[in-house]
Design a protein around this ligand. Structure first.
Ligand code: ZN
Ligand code: ZN
Length: 232
């Protein structure tokens, strides 16, 4: 009975939901229930930094109004909270690279409506030691699939980490800003282009703000962040 059910499912090209593992995923890695519950595009978020907003609030949060960051927009799949946080950790620490493709596919669907003419995809680079230790950059792996689905070229070397910074999670907000200053350089010709910057987790946004600053300095016309999970 169970085997028959699985064969039927394979014949339809369906696979189990990457999150609950129970329902079939229809047209993405997640089943419609999990998609609605955990990565819904209907959750009200700041258009600039993707922080969750109260339902009736304006489209830009107070922090972004007071101190506009260098990036123009951020799209986040969901909050860095269960179960999405566990999936991110499984990708990063557990090496479950299939999840990178799942996240990339979901981000590409989320980004269908953004301006893609002449756009370029980049990924936040890991510190050299971290990458050597882990063997891959999770943001780049997510970006590969997003690039394919969006039909936007990915430049894996567009951003380079030039200076070692202390791990951000050990620092307070003001220190985080100082810590990443001068940490990145741009190695692609981004003049006049819309750059889509992929990262796995956005916490304070200090790293993405610094990256957007160097991209704008290098002539980028617009910077949009595509992040898997946003700290609530
Ligand atoms: Zn599910
Ligand atoms: Zn904001």
């Amino acid at each position: 009975m169970r085997v028959g059910f699985l064969l039927q499912r394979l014949a339809r090209g369906a696979r189990p939901c990457a999150l609950c593992g129970i329902n079939d995923s229809a047209e993405g890695p997640l089943c419609p229930d999990c998609e609605r519950d955990f990565v819904s595009p209907l959750v009200p978020r700041c258009a600039v930094c993707a922080i969750r907003l109260p339902a009736s609030a304006a489209t830009v949060c107070g922090a972004c109004l007071r101190h506009p960051p260098h990036f123009d927009a951020t799209l986040a799949l969901g909050d860095y909270a269960p179960p999405l946080d566990g999936m991110v950790v499984a990708l990063k620490a557990g090496g479950r690279l299939a999840l990178a493709a799942d996240f990339g596919a979901l981000l590409a669907r989320r980004a269908q409506r953004i301006e893609r003419a002449g756009a370029l995809l980049a990924a936040v680079p890991l510190a050299f030691e971290r990458q050597a230790e882990r063997g891959f950059n999770q943001a780049l792996e997510v970006a590969r699939r997003a690039a394919r689905d969006l039909a936007v070229p990915l430049d894996a070397d567009a951003l380079l980490r030039v200076r070692h910074a202390a791990p951000q999670h050990e620092l307070a907000l003001a220190e985080r800003r100082r810590n990443v200053r001068g940490a990145f350089t741009v190695r692609a010709d981004v003049r006049g282009r819309h750059v889509l910057v992929v990262d796995d987790v956005m916490t304070t946004g200090s790293t993405l703000d610094e990256i957007a600053a160097v991209l704008k300095q290098a002539g980028a016309a617009r910077v949009t962040n595509l992040v898997v999970a946003r700290t609530p």
